[in-house]
Design a protein around this ligand. Structure first.
Ligand SMILES: *Cc1c(COP(=O)(O)O)cnc(C)c1O
Length: 398
């Protein structure tokens, strides 16, 4: 890679070991998707016919009856929920987010009310849904859900994510069983999941994925599932979906990414990721105050990450100051630090270009050596992190 477009643009050449993050440009788009987007951009197409082609690809890949491409998984949540409220009523679709029906309640387990960069419950509310939270943060029992279902229930949303509480809640099979016993459709937000079939196979009526996460497609969302519900979601493009629209390039790019997923060398990619993890472990093992553990993905994706635990007394630096040090510098390295107050961060190998694992190893060693050689402990109060978290955003574009 000689000319890096980021240099031309005055952007920092970040190395992403944090995972698939919207704030970093999601993922490395696969060559098949880039070629597809370039091929279709100069042409006029009948968009709904292209979406019909996408439906066939999505159906084949997910086992659902139909599907379409939208702007994002978050858009998919809104459109799918909207479809369960309006049905195919075109006037009701135009009226959203106002509803003229009582049947607009959407069940969500309290332990699933997460933020993926925006609150999941907001994606439901902008579709006219009234969120009914069931259970408590760390517990949902069958009776919570059974008693929450009434004639006003339009849908039930289930979130699959490392962000959700991972114990004490209803699993998808139970959730589906309870919902279906009362005729309530289940919408699964599976944005980051590798398995394109399992949630529909477990009874979900709609499963939603991000096109730009593990699939390596353009920024997009994939809606898959029961034909009538998918159609009712698709019809929202004449309503709230307009602001979530995708162009021909994203539809065709996402189709290409889906098809490339089928033929991707999954074992080869896994082996490369394992190579990076082993290199980092060798780099970190034996360093004072540093523990490096290779851990499986919490939602069972075929992906391991490295947990780097820092004891500041021994390492002379806190986990968050180490993350900040790696983030500064000529080749900024962005680690996965959303649990950093627990004195660890993760290194995620799934978005690396070949060779970047060595830069990550070198920078880790440099910063740890530097801290260890200094007598003063680098320890910014953790409260400063939360206090200043949104400073940059609130100053944007300055
Ligand atoms: C990333 C993510 C989203 C958002 O996906 P977008 O396609 O970026 O809108 C929604 N839900 C979960 C569980 C996610 O991980």
């Amino acid at each position: 890679m000689s000319a890096d477009i980021r240099t031309t643009l005055g952007l920092r050449p970040v190395i992403n070991v944090s995972g698939t993050m919207t704030s970093l440009g999601a993922s490395i788009v696969v060559p098949e998707a880039i070629a597809a987007m370039a091929a279709i951009l100069p042409h006029f197409v009948e968009i709904n016919a292209l979406q019909r082609q996408a439906s066939a690809v999505i159906a084949r890949m997910t086992g659902g009856e139909a599907g379409f491409i939208t702007a994002s998984c978050s858009a998919g949540v809104s459109l799918a929920v909207a479809g369960t409220i309006t049905g195919p009523d075109l006037l009701a679709i135009e009226r959203l987010p106002e509803t003229n029906t009582e049947k607009n309640e959407v069940l969500l387990q309290m332990g699933h009310v997460v933020s993926y960069g925006a609150p999941v419950d907001q994606a439901i509310r902008i579709a006219g849904g009234k969120v009914v939270m069931i259970g408590q943060a760390t517990s949902t029992h069958r009776y919570h859900m059974e008693n929450a279902i009434t004639e006003r229930t339009a849908a039930a949303v289930y979130v699959v994510s490392h962000h959700v509480v991972d114990y004490g809640l209803l699993n998808l099979k139970e959730f589906v069983e309870i919902a279906h016993a009362r005729g309530v459709p289940v919408i699964v937000d599976a944005a980051s999941e590798y398995d394109l079939k399992i949630f529909l196979a477990q009874g979900a009526d709609i499963a939603l994925y991000s096109g730009h996460k593990f699939l390596g497609g353009p920024t997009s969302g994939i809606v898959a599932g029961r034909k009538d519900l998918v159609r009712n979601a698709f019809l929202q493009n004449m309503g709230i979906g307009r602001g979530m629209k995708v162009g021909k390039e994203s539809i065709y790019g996402a189709m290409a990414a889906l098809e490339a997923w089928e033929t991707r060398d999954h074992a080869g990619i896994r082996a490369r990721e394992t190579g990076a993890l082993v290199l980092w472990k060798e780099t970190l093992d034996g360093r004072p105050g540093v523990t490096a553990l290779i851990e499986p993905d919490p939602t069972d994706n075929p992906l391991d990450r490295m947990r780097v635990i820092i004891d500041p007394q021994e390492a002379h630096i806190t986990a968050w100051d180490l993350a900040a040090a790696l983030r500064s510098g000529d080749q900024p390295i962005i680690v996965r630090d959303h649990e950093v107050e627990h004195r660890y961060f993760y290194l995620d190998p799934c978005n690396l270009h070949p060779g970047q694992e060595h830069i990550v190893a070198t920078r880790l060693a440099e910063e740890l050596d530097k801290a260890r050689a200094s007598n003063a402990m680098i320890a910014t109060p953790i409260e400063d992190l939360s206090r200043h978290r949104f400073d940059g955003m609130l100053r944007w574009p300055d």
